[in-house]
Design a protein around this ligand. Structure first.
Ligand code: NAP
Length: 264
């Protein structure tokens, strides 16, 4: 039987693939044989991540300075990928930002900034790779949501709205592009140790105890925890899976609604 999870000869764009969850996903896809393209803003961080992936997995890696808040930047990036590789098999919409404050404190500029990266950026990346995937009659799009795609949190209104939008956009793109043999799914991370949450742990001293108490697995997630779900959704193994999301949360979402496993 052929290896259902083999990604040899594939090309994956991972937005925000230079660190955190995106790097964990890029590592996972590369470990299954996929060539990797990183779209991110910080050139030095991207070059470091690209070198690391190349050394560890021996695949081709291209790091491009792309700002997903800017349509022209995405278009230039996608053009460079097609010039270099001639194909795009997988798009991982992972780039994301957050500002934590009460709803009444947000400015219009803050709302627009978060939406322009987390939601509009994901839409524009999907729209820009679509013609190549359509022509190839094959493609995998993986959108990164959050627990706030499902639940409210008082201090993450803009982020939560963008992440709820990610799930709805996943459903819509999956239905619209099923005819082109493009599968569109989402991964919803729980509480994961990355630069995004390290600042939150400093700002909210009770957060660490809360997470350790409520996550049934009893730990924060790490970027490597995303490799398996990403490989599945990028591979032949998921060819009949579309308009779906996978929670990678150590059981947090379910645990939140039920008694904690350590309760008597
Ligand atoms: N950590 C968690 O607990 C958690 C939970 C739920 C969901 N998530 C989601 O997981 C994804 C990754 O987050 P993370 O925790 O790994 O955070 P992170 O380490 O801060 O990574 C965010 C990434 O997004 C990139 N990025 C930000 N703005 C960008 C832009 N305009 N254009 C291109 N790239 C941009 C950053 O690279 P540059 O700065 O170089 O551009 C960085 O690589 C996000 O969508 C986040 O919402 C995280």
């Amino acid at each position: 039987m052929t290896n259902l999870f083999d990604l040899t000869g594939k090309v994956a764009i991972v937005t925000g693939g230079n660190g955190g969850i995106g790097k964990g996903i890029a590592d996972g896809l590369a470990s299954a044989g996929s060539d990797i393209v990183i779209f991110a803003r910080n050139e030095k961080k991207t070059a470091g991540a690209a070198d690391d992936i190349k050394k560890k997995y021996g695949v081709k890696v291209l790091g491009l300075q792309v700002d997903v808040a800017k349509e022209e930047s995405i278009q230039n990036g996608v053009k460079q990928v097609l010039d270099e590789f001639g194909q795009i098999n997988t798009l991982v919409n992972n780039a994301g930002v957050n500002i934590r404050k009460m709803p009444e404190e947000y400015t219009v500029e803050e709302w627009d900034w978060i939406m322009s990266i987390n939601l509009r950026g994901a839409f524009l990346c999907a729209k820009t790779v679509y013609p190549a995937m359509k022509k190839a009659r094959s493609g995998k799009i993986i959108n990164i949501g959050s627990m706030t795609s499902l639940y409210g949190l008082a201090r993450v209104m803009c982020y939560g709205a963008s992440k709820a939008g990610i799930v709805q956009m996943t459903y819509t793109l999956a239905l619209a592009w099923a005819k082109d043999n493009i599968q569109v799914n989402a991964i919803l991370p729980g509480w994961i140790e990355t630069p995004l949450t390290i600042s939150a742990r400093k700002d909210f001293p009770g957060l660490d105890d809360y997470v350790l108490d409520r996550v049934p697995a009893g730990r924060w997630g790490i970027p490597d925890d995303f490799a398996g779900a990403a490989v599945f959704l990028a591979s032949k193994a998921s060819d009949f899976v579309t308009a779906e999301y996978i929670k990678v949360d150590g059981g947090f979402a379910q645990g939140t609604n039920t008694v904690h496993p350590s309760a008597p």
